[in-house]
Design a protein around this ligand. Structure first.
Ligand code: SF4
Length: 226
């Protein structure tokens, strides 16, 4: 089966995933800087540990401005339940300090929200430690703008379904999918592939015999990690 990303196929995949897993839950709609911090904390950890680290951080520091001015050690202590705290603390602080240096009011709920899509994208991917996936999470989950984050589940399932080239990195896959997925489909498509990647199209031994996309999938029966 050739690699195809036509809108009809993408809609069919999304419809089937919606039917299999139910309508995706509504997006969080946190203020953009809250979403940015939460997404940085989510790197290489589970949602549960990410949420614990975020709650601990909010308890330890009254404002994002206070986090930007805190010693990295103190931030690391606050977020230790999220894992990799020694890496994430300076990354978090550097991102907040960079935004502050660019004139953003870190604790204004609408900070960043007034920027147009392209400008906000450039601001976010220009922050230290922030890549395209994190930037797309802020745009999509906080501001309902059609940017498509590609995490490990979306990446794996998209390769198997022939939606992106099998040699594509996650960054390249995000560019390809961003160009192919119709804007009105982005959120449901993203959520559908994540849920599918966690439940059925898992890394090792995907459950192809239970897959609602099996007849659309060129890699049905695959047993490798991709
Ligand atoms: S058929 Fe198998 S490899 Fe293809 S999407 Fe379904 S679970 Fe993944």
């Amino acid at each position: 089966m050739p690699r195809t990303t036509g809108a009809r196929r993408l809609r069919a995949i999304t419809r089937r995933l919606d039917a299999a897993y139910g309508e995706p839950p509504a997006a969080r709609r946190l203020p953009p800087i809250d979403e940015l911090v939460l997404t940085i904390l989510s790197q290489n950890t589970s949602d549960v540990n990410r949420d614990r680290a975020y709650a601990d951080l909010r308890r330890a520091f009254p404002t994002w401005t206070a986090v930007a001015r805190a010693p990295a050690r103190g931030i690391a202590r606050a977020i230790r339940r999220g894992g990799l705290s020694a890496t994430k603390a300076p990354r978090l602080r550097a991102a907040l300090r960079t935004l502050e240096a660019r004139g953003m009011e870190l604790d204004a709920p609408r900070a960043l929200a007034e920027l147009p899509d392209a400008e906000l994208w450039e601001v976010l991917v220009g922050l230290p430690g922030v890549g395209p996936k994190t930037a797309a999470c802020v745009l999509l989950f906080s501001l309902d703008r059609p940017y498509l984050p590609v995490d490990t589940h979306v990446h794996r399932a998209a390769i198997r379904l022939g939606l992106v080239d099998e040699r594509s990195s996650a960054v390249r896959a995000q560019e390809e999918l961003q160009a192919a997925v119709p804007p009105d489909l982005v959120y449901a498509f993203h959520m559908g592939l994540i849920r599918h990647g966690r439940a059925v199209c898992v890394a090792r031994r995907p459950l192809c015999s239970e897959c609602v996309l099996a007849d659309l999938c060129p890699r049905v029966g695959v047993t490798t990690s991709r």
